[in-house]
Design a protein around this ligand. Structure first.
Ligand code: SF4
Ligand code: SF4
Length: 398
């Protein structure tokens, strides 16, 4: 049908063992997902463990799905290593805490381990558009192949976090802000994500879209039931289907746009062959709340009219991070994470009382990477729209 790998889309409404067994097995079989596995092979599963959060918050890949995938792999004789580099230190203590909070400790058994290799390696990728040289988490070199198991969520900077964006976790946690500084423009940053997928070339991509995250994603949004599992051998058509599920398209997700420009991904979901017991229109959640629509409409081309439209959209949907003092606990995570050093902590009443601290943002330094929003543990850093954007959000149901 098209030059893109087909995408399996299978209904699954719960994380109960029987439901997962049926739906995950079917989605993998539809896309011939495990044919690469050979006895003795080492398989790394790159999970989304963005932060130390309970799986019920729907910010991280659910352990019940990982458990079943591990069973399928070890039944075929593979050795499995699960891992990720969340925001923060890439150290045994810090990541160990994330494993525990995200429910991964219970998955360890013969043939299944959690990554304990905290080395950092240097990579060279001359074919890259953005990321020609970079540092990455060395544990991925311990494996023969990589499986990317992501979570479907909104994302303040990229629009959506799913298969393509999940590979940013191959960059050590404390190094991630540096890459935001190196590539502050959204398109260049989206090319970083695509470069990482092309460098590591996972053999299989699976998406946990049973419960996703809407609103202030990827960590401070609300859980939203979507009810499916998706799988494919490549990430771009897969992410296009995931975007379609939550009411987005190529103009809403920069990684889809740059993948299309690089000849790697489709322009429209109609170009993608979808396999399974669900159609996109059956599964779609049209009122899925977005994190932001600040880059949600792009006008490609050089025409003067397009330039005027693009400028109008930029002004209307201009967004910025803004702290809500009544929710801030003064933990300084935003201050420590900010790659542009745009945050200072100042004395002010916050959730902990009158003599607390809150972050103050120097707007002239802020590059709008939204790392502060992503890593705020209590969701106190919000995405703020200007009044016109806010009005359009209300009108459009966002
Ligand atoms: S203040 Fe927030 S959005 Fe601005 S540069 Fe710092 S982390 Fe990024
Ligand atoms: S805004 Fe969030 S991350 Fe920053 S100090 Fe307050 S609670 Fe901590």
């Amino acid at each position: 049908m098209s030059g893109f790998e087909p995408v399996a889309l299978v209904k699954c409404d719960t994380y109960k063992e029987d439901d997962i067994r049926k739906a995950l097995d079917e989605s993998l079989s539809l896309c011939d997902g495990l044919s690469f596995v050979k006895p003795g092979m080492k398989v790394a599963i790159k999970v989304n463990l963005v932060s130390a959060m309970d799986p019920e918050k729907a910010a991280t890949t659910h352990p019940a799905l990982l458990k079943r995938l591990c069973e399928l792999l070890t039944d075929r004789g593979a050795q499995v290593i699960l891992g990720d580099s969340p925001g923060g230190l890439f150290t045994p203590v810090f990541v160990g805490n994330v494993y525990r909070a995200c429910g991964l400790n219970d998955l360890v058994r013969e043939g299944v381990s959690l990554n304990q290799n905290y080395s950092v390696k240097s990579g060279e990728f001359p074919e890259a558009v953005s990321l020609k040289s970079f540092n990455y988490t060395g544990w991925l070199d311990d494996a023969d192949v990589i499986i990317n198991f992501s979570k479907l969520k909104t994302h303040a900077m990229m629009g959506m976090s799913c298969a393509v964006k999940n590979m940013f976790g191959t960059i050590p946690g404390t190094t991630k802000p540096e890459y935001h500084m190196r590539f502050p423009e959204e398109k260049a940053f989206a090319n970083v994500m695509v470069d990482l997928n092309e460098f590591f070339k996972p053999v299989l991509y699976v998406v946990d879209a049973i419960d996703g995250m809407e609103g202030n994603g990827p960590t401070a949004g609300e859980k939203r039931h979507i009810g499916c599992i998706l799988a494919s051998k490549r990430p771009y058509a897969l992410d296009m289907v995931c975007a379609g599920l939550i009411g987005m398209g190529i103009s809403d997700v920069q990684t889809l746009l740059v993948a299309k420009e690089r000849g790697l991904g489709p322009e429209n979901v109609s170009e993608v062959e979808i396999l399974g017991n669900l159609t996109l229109s059956d599964a779609k959640i049209p009122d899925f709340k977005r994190a932001t629509i600040h880059q949600s409409i792009t006008f490609e081309g050089d025409g003067i009219l397009n330039k005027i439209k693009a400028l109008g959209v930029k002004v209307a949907f201009n967004t910025k991070p803004l702290v809500k003092p009544s929710e801030c606990i003064g933990c300084k995570k935003c201050f420590e994470t900010c790659p542009a050093k745009a945050i200072t902590m100042v004395s002010a009443a916050n959730k902990t009382g009158k003599s607390g601290q809150i972050p103050q943002i120097d707007r002239s330094k802020c590059i709008k990477c939204f790392c502060c929003q992503e890593f705020c543990p209590v969701g106190a850093m919000k995405v703020h729209y200007n009044p016109i954007g806010k009005l359009v959000n209300v009108i459009s149901g966002n």
